[in-house]
Design a binder for this molecule. Structure first.
Ligand SMILES: NC(=O)c1ccc[n+]([C@@H]2O[C@H](COP(=O)([O-])OP(=O)(O)OC[C@H]3O[C@@H](n4cnc5c(N)ncnc54)[C@H](OP(=O)(O)O)[C@@H]3O)[C@@H](O)[C@H]2O)c1
Length: 271
């Protein structure tokens, strides 16, 4: 059966984790989908499954978004397919664990490209049509990392601070245009993220409660539909996002270092 909806959502990083669960939220509402990630087979599989189950159109677009010009190429493919995007979800992103002096510069370059540059450029490219229609919803996946500096993940925390700052600023620029911008700021969430960031031995991961990708995505989806500017799932995460407003920044940075450092180092420093 063909889709009845004329609306399309584009979700980056839709092959797994939070992005996959966000894409599922749109599918359940009968909204057509463009799914973007590198894992083409997985996207094909989701497209076949969801187009049948939810009676929507699903276009898998396999792409490595960390490549130069990726945003422009994606925009060109979407436009050529005659798709007008009403919902843009900038979710694809990754982190990297370790003291800055030890981490890989090429991976960090890729991270800034994916977490910041692609998100910024896709937003600009798809915004034109949304403004012309006076209708659009942009959901940018930031993090609780957005609220303070992050020793042991310096570049990742900085990219997420960028995502939050950028999103809040353009939400104000776009006030009364019919286009809303929401920054979703999850805390630690079960997904491929922890392994990709090589942070399994971080004391923070070992001690923290972990949300499901589904609960985080549903929270973010609702906030986006309501046009909320900042959405932080979980009471503890909301409190931890507030703390840096009251505590001197130097202390906050030290506290994050204590939480993040590898569990073995933490035991040594306490003994
Ligand atoms: N999990 C957490 O604890 C947590 C907390 C706060 C914020 N976040 C944020 O949530 C977002 C989603 O992360 P997640 O936790 O769901 O992690 P994940 O399970 O690792 O998923 C990441 C997604 O991004 C895609 N992706 C990665 N690199 C890509 C590239 N170069 N080009 C295209 N797609 C790419 C991956 O697909 P392919 O590998 O198929 O390309 C995958 O679909 C990220 O922005 C992350 O920073 C996560």
């Amino acid at each position: 059966m063909a889709s009845h909806s004329k609306e399309w959502a584009l979700v980056t990083g839709a092959s797994q984790g939070i992005g996959l669960e966000l894409a599922r939220c749109f599918a359940e509402q009968g909204i057509n989908l463009v799914l973007v990630a590198r894992s083409g087979d997985r996207l094909q599989q989701l497209a076949a499954e969801w187009s049948g189950r939810y009676h929507i159109q699903v276009e898998p677009m396999a792409m490595d978004l960390s490549q130069d010009n990726a945003a422009d190429e994606l925009y060109a493919r979407v436009t050529q397919a005659g798709i007008r995007v009403t919902y843009l979800v900038n979710n694809a992103g990754f982190g990297l664990f370790g003291p800055y002096q030890d981490t890989d510069m090429a991976r960090e370059h890729e991270m800034i490209q994916l977490n910041c540059l692609v998100l910024t450029r896709l937003t600009k490219l798809f915004l034109g049509e949304m403004l012309a229609q006076k209708q659009g919803r942009i959901l940018n996946v930031a993090s609780t990392a957005s609220f303070q500096p992050g020793p042991y993940q310096a570049v990742y925390f900085a990219t997420k601070a960028y995502v939050l700052s950028f999103s809040e600023a353009i939400a104000e620029d776009l006030a009364n245009t019919g286009v809303t911008v929401t920054a979703l700021c999850p805390g630690l969430t079960a997904s491929g993220f922890i392994d990709r960031a090589e942070m399994g031995h971080s004391g923070f991961v070992k001690r923290s409660g972990i949300a499901t990708a589904e609960s985080v995505a549903r929270f973010g989806y609702r906030a986006m539909q309501r046009g909320k500017r900042v959405a932080i799932p979980g009471l503890l995460n909301r409190l931890s996002a507030l703390a840096p407003r009251w505590i001197p920044r130097r202390w906050v940075t030290w506290m994050v270092a204590m939480m993040m450092r590898p569990a073995a180092n933490l035991r040594k420093s306490i003994v």
